[in-house]
Design a protein. Structure first.
Length: 324
């Protein structure tokens, strides 16, 4: 139970209200302890205490972005790249060329590269300085800002689409970011936001062991209805939503199950990224068995995801908002 003193000691990252309740504890991959709390005013779920600059620097080191040309090993990277191309086609169906597209947290820029291949799109990306931004800077025709989205970066009513693919939950000023997006999207344009579904069955079942909780990088979570409410206040209406996601959801279930039985979180995920220093305490046989579990049960968890999604309980959600 949280005390009144505990509640007053922290405030919501989204609305800054001091009243909140403790949900459960969690620990990041470096052994740092946090709590997960929910704001009593706006219902945002957030990480507390906020990670220190040193913790964030460690969390976003080269091991997060991948030390080679890609984030994952070659096989996994090909699968991830397929989904980037698929996302580009989805955005292309919402925004016909010519058009301007901004991807906030564009990573290596491959999604915008695929957008360029679909027609006459002006592509803009924002990414924090680091390995991912260095890769994005190599993409011809991509206008890249290294840093954060800020007021004055772009003219008002400038973009046909602004996208945030699993980036929103990383932001330290989410409300201000949505307000800027509202300014720079044209009337009739879209904001496409994908994020972990804090109202999902996985979130409820695994709590602090849930893969998509991802402390300390994920600072807060807005549930789908909450995000829809916040966007409606800014003048956006929900145009589409999707809870079934074979790219994220089945593996989220698999890794979260493994997290229940291992002394460190997200071991298989880090293994697939080639983070050998993190996984070195696990024997080759142990890692082989984790891989075997991943490959042999994946179809089962795709089916599970399909069932969960029927009830809007999938582990992640993609939402398209159109500006009035």
């Amino acid at each position: 139970m949280s005390t009144t003193a505990d509640n007053l000691a922290c405030s919501c990252i989204y609305c800054n209200a001091p009243q909140n309740r403790l949900l459960y504890p969690t620990r990041d991959m470096y052994g740092n302890n946090f709590t997960v709390r929910q704001c009593r005013q706006c219902e945002t779920v957030f990480l507390w205490p906020p990670p220190t600059p040193q913790q964030l620097e460690q969390a976003y080191s080269e091991t997060y972005y991948g030390q080679q040309e890609h984030k994952f090993n070659s096989l996994v990277e090909r699968v991830v790249d397929y989904f980037r191309s698929r996302r580009a086609k989805i955005i292309g169906r919402w925004v016909s060329p010519p058009g301007r597209v901004l991807d906030i947290g564009c990573g290596n820029g491959r999604f915008l590269h695929y957008m360029q291949g679909l027609g006459n799109y002006e592509t803009y990306g924002i990414e924090l300085p680091g390995k991912a931004a260095e890769r994005a800077a190599q993409i011809k025709g991509l206008i890249l800002k290294q840093g954060k989205l800020e007021n004055g970066d772009f003219p008002e009513n400038f973009f046909d689409a602004v996208t945030l693919f699993h980036v929103f939950e990383h932001l330290d000023q989410p409300r201000q970011t949505l307000q800027i997006i509202n300014k720079i999207v044209k009337p009739g344009g879209i904001a496409y936001i994908s994020l972990p579904n804090i109202d999902s069955l996985q979130s409820r079942w695994f709590k602090g062991k849930w893969l998509h909780l991802d402390p300390p990088r994920h600072l807060f979570f807005l549930g789908p209805k909450n995000l829809q409410h916040q966007m409606k206040q800014l003048g956006f209406e929900l145009a589409a939503e999707r809870y079934f996601n074979p790219e994220y959801n089945p593996f989220g279930m698999q890794q979260s199950l493994l997290n229940l039985f291992l002394n460190k979180r997200d071991v298989l995920f880090e293994h697939l990224k080639g983070h050998h220093n993190y996984t070195k305490e696990y024997s080759p046989l142990n890692l082989f068995l984790q891989n075997l579990f991943f490959k042999s049960t994946f179809p089962l968890f795709v089916l599970s995801d399909a069932l969960e999604s029927l009830f809007k309980k999938g582990a992640t959600v993609e939402m398209v908002f159109r500006k009035k």
